[in-house]
Design a protein around this ligand. Structure first.
Ligand SMILES: *Cc1c(COP(=O)(O)O)cnc(C)c1O
Length: 413
């Protein structure tokens, strides 16, 4: 972006049609959203959902008394997610929509810190224990909120160092963050084993350290996979106190919505549930943002009603089928190794003996064909560049065939 930018606010305006055409023309130089393979967020919604989004763009979610039905729908969605995540008592559950998982993670962190503070001594310093592959937002908010980050370093792609993690926990650990679907590889951390190890540790020391599950990606996938061999991961596990999910990832809603679900109200320190009274009645919220459109909440409601459990299952099954197909093609190509486990429809792979340039060239050549594939260093002791393809709902058979053909062609060069 070397252009010299100038203000776009001119003395006079232009006709709406001129502006519309001009902007569309400018946006044509952007990438093709359907070929943006690194992104997790939904790129398309059903026409009726789109209409509802447009109809509700002007409704402010925070005006709870003015729009009580919207508020009720929001509450139904929290209850729906709590049920999906096996919360033991739906009446006790509390939760809210956010602008995305990052905001949900920030609120969860503040809540866990607040709860820790109630039991801590004045001179104690809080810490949070997380894997080296946790999303950057955790480190960012830990810095904002002055919480020490204790990082469990991964030595291999798909092996969670459980003992190392347990050795980092102490009485000042506000919670352990477990990831259901790593952003880097799709790896699902063994949350049941983390729960069991932590239970034992808590008992031994008389501690009360719980788990927050970052299910930004996996939260809308795992509940829709019928496979009894997969271990428990959600509120079924006693130490799981809070879970975040991205409505705009596999919740299949346009970018701008996430969810935080808390097992029960005791996880939320009283002082976080602020009541504002400057609207036509009292408004209660523990989200960080105040004004936000209700459109995407309505869109989430649309999706639950439209897809039902069967619909979400079908979408996920189709994504997994495509991921499997792509994985088997990649594994047959010389020098390419798929490292993702295939629990989630995320295909992460690397080029063997790559010092960095090989994968850069590989992705650059695919970019010439329109495919946008991220290529990055793993945030751990694994000194390897990894590429990631996220199979979303919008991937069609035809597009996948085109992708496979282009990958094979570039690989053969
Ligand atoms: C995407 C992601 C986030 C951030 O979520 P947003 O919805 O983009 O704010 C956090 N954690 C994980 C594991 C993610 O994949």
């Amino acid at each position: 972006m070397d252009d010299v930018l100038s203000s776009c606010l001119n003395a006079e305006g232009m006709s709406a049609q001129c502006v519309y055409d001009k902007i569309n023309q400018e946006l044509e130089t952007d990438g093709d959203r359907y070929k943006d393979l690194g992104s997790f967020t939904a790129v398309q919604m059903n026409p009726q959902a789109r209409q509802l989004v447009m109809d509700n763009m002007g409704i402010n979610l925070i005006n709870q008394n003015e729009f009580p039905q919207t508020t009720k729908i929001h509450q139904i969605l929290v209850t729906t997610l709590a049920t999906l995540l096996h919360a033991p008592d739906q009446q006790q559950v509390t939760g809210c929509s956010t602008s995305g998982s990052s905001e949900a993670c920030a609120i969860a962190m503040v809540a866990h810190k607040g709860r820790w503070k109630e039991r801590a001594a004045l001179t104690d310093r809080p810490n949070i224990v997380l894997g080296s592959n946790a999303h950057l937002c955790w480190r960012k908010f830990a810095t904002y909120f002055d919480i020490e980050v204790r990082e469990v370093v991964f030595k291999d792609f798909n092996q969670y160092p459980l003992e190392d993690m347990l050795s980092l926990v102490d009485q000042n650990t506000i919670c352990v963050v477990a990831v259901m679907g790593s952003t880097y590889t799709g790896f699902c951390e063994p949350i049941k084993a983390i729960n069991d190890g932590l239970t034992e540790l808590n008992q031994r020391h008389g501690w009360n350290v719980g788990i927050h599950v970052d299910a930004a990606t996996g939260g809308f996938i795992r509940p829709f996979i019928d496979d009894s061999s997969l271990p428990d991961w959600d509120f079924t596990l006693p130490l799981v106190q809070s879970i975040n999910l991205s409505g705009h990832k596999y919740g299949l809603v346009y970018p701008g919505i996430g969810w935080l679900i808390l097992r029960d109200e005791t996880i939320l320190p009283d002082k976080m549930n602020m009541t504002a009274s400057y609207l036509t009645g009292e408004t209660q919220s523990f989200a960080i943002t105040f004004s936000r459109s209700s459109a995407l909440v309505i869109a989430q409601y649309f999706n639950f009603l439209f897809y039902g459990i069967a619909g979400y299952k079908a979408v996920i099954a189709n994504c997994l089928k495509h991921a499997k197909q792509l994985t088997s093609v990649l594994n047959k190509l010389d020098g390419i190794k798929v490292i993702s486990e295939q629990t989630l429809p995320i295909v992460a792979f690397l080029l063997e003996d790559d010092t960095g340039e090989l994968s850069e060239t590989f992705t650059a050549q695919l970019k010439q064909k329109g495919w946008l594939i991220p290529c990055y260093m793993m945030p751990s002791n694994i000194k390897q560049k990894v590429m990631r393809i996220v199979i979303r709902e919008d991937m069609t058979n035809a597009r996948l065939d085109e992708l496979i053909q282009d990958i094979c062609e570039v690989h053969a060069r």
